[in-house]
Design a binder for this molecule. Structure first.
Ligand code: ADP
Length: 390
């Protein structure tokens, strides 16, 4: 919606600029001012100084704007175009387009503009230290009275971020489809096995039904996590931050995970002092701690321990430490990305969705804090939630 609004604003500006630049290219001695009639009730025309109007419009635009004359020399440009083409030269004015760029796509678009052909939707990439992607639109200027165009005006819309978001979206969708397909394929396969005779064998029937149930639950958890993450990322989760008795909260989380911990022969420890109070949304903090302690149990060794503790500092720090196998250093940087797992097969085996840490990260950010991890192979991992003090 905001992209559409921006596009409309830019398009409006473009129309205005074409008119102004056309005036500049064809101006007569007396034409220092142009009249712009506003649809006021009294229809009184207002005078604008054309130079300051042009200056303000062009400087204010985030889009790069370049006007060339019939000789392909720059006659007007704005700061955004200057930054885009060559910030090291003092001005783009009078430079040939070929001196500014060797990109044939840009050159041919402006050439078409000079032949009176409007071009749009041209993708232009820059390969400097920072890769940028632009959508270029070129319009001819001044062919109103039958003569050929006097120049061509190009607008470079920066679509780097939009393109990045589109890539992230596609990657997310393909991950989701892949994650859903695995349990779904298992469900279909076992239903077919049952249909083709396995139903008659009581023991196989029970086993296959339990596999079907496990895979259906996996799909359910995955959809819940996706919806949750989408809501948090979309800004649709409101936090109700208030003082939280941390010891009691950790006690509750440990109690709810006690059965799972015993099944894995893991001990849960609450090392938070009874008087510690942090400032957070209690339900969301519970969710973060549940995810982290649950991971500690899943990735712990047998007879391991998952301990939660608190440290005070510039921010409140809640640490969840396990003495499991640890995480290889090369994975730490990407650990909080959606669907990132160190060992995909093990994570699936443990019933994980691959979204738990991404949810923790976004909830911590929503609190104005963050989550970090340190880990040592063979010794274990510590996840720390940093929360601003009240
Ligand atoms: P999952 O559902 O797979 O647990 P998470 O987002 O919670 O997804 O975690 C992502 C990955 O990070 C896990 O698959 C695992 O490889 C790794 N991981 C998370 N917590 C731990 C931990 N305490 N010890 C070792 N590895 C961990």
């Amino acid at each position: 919606m905001s992209a559409l609004f921006n596009a409309l604003v830019v398009l409006g500006g473009l129309v205005l600029l074409v008119a102004i630049v056309w005036k500049l290219l064809t101006r007569r001695e007396s034409a220092n001012n142009i009249s712009i009639e506003r649809p006021d009730r009294d229809h009184s025309p207002e005078k604008f100084d054309v130079n300051s109007l042009l200056q303000a419009t062009m400087s204010g635009m985030r889009e790069g704007l370049l006007v060339v004359n019939k000789d392909m020399r720059v006659v007007a440009s704005n700061p955004a175009a200057h930054k885009l083409f060559n910030p090291s030269v003092p001005a783009l004015q009078s430079q040939r387009l070929t001196e500014l760029t060797r990109n044939p796509v840009i050159y041919s678009a402006f050439l078409d503009g000079l032949k009176g052909v409007e071009r749009s939707g041209i993708k232009v990439e820059t390969h400097g230290p920072e890769r940028q992607v632009f959508d270029l639109r070129v319009v001819p200027i001044g062919n109103a009275n039958g003569h050929g165009p006097e120049g061509a005006l190009g607008v470079f819309f920066d679509i780097t971020r939009t393109e990045h978001l589109e890539l992230v979206r596609q990657e997310f969708l393909s991950n989701v489809s892949h994650e859903l397909r695995t349990p779904l394929t298992a469900i279909i396969a076992f239903v077919e096995t049952l249909e083709t005779g396995a139903m008659d064998d009581q023991e196989s029937c029970q086993r296959f039904l339990s596999i079907i149930r496990k895979n259906a639950s996996r799909m359910h958890e995955l959809i819940d996590d996706i919806l949750e993450l989408t809501a948090i990322e979309g800004g649709n989760v409101q936090l109700r931050a208030a003082p939280v008795q941390l010891h009691t909260l950790v006690q509750d989380v440990c109690a709810s995970l006690e059965a799972k911990a015993s099944a894995h022969s893991v001990t849960l420890k609450n090392d938070v002092a009874p008087e510690v109070v942090v400032h957070a949304d209690v339900r969301r903090l519970e969710q973060m701690l549940t995810n982290l302690i649950d991971n500690g149990i899943k990735f712990s060794r047998e007879h391991g321990t998952v301990a939660t503790s608190y440290e005070s500092g510039a921010r409140d720090q809640i640490l969840v430490h396990d003495n499991g196998d640890g995480i290889p250093a090369q994975h730490l940087e990407r650990l909080f990305e959606r669907f990132y797992r160190v060992d995909r097969a093990r994570s699936r085996e443990m019933g994980g969705t691959g979204l738990g840490l991404a949810i923790v990260k976004h909830l911590a950010l929503l609190h104005g804090g963050e989550v970090t991890v340190t880990s040592e192979l063979g010794k274990g991992s510590t996840f720390t939630i940093h929360l601003p003090k009240a």
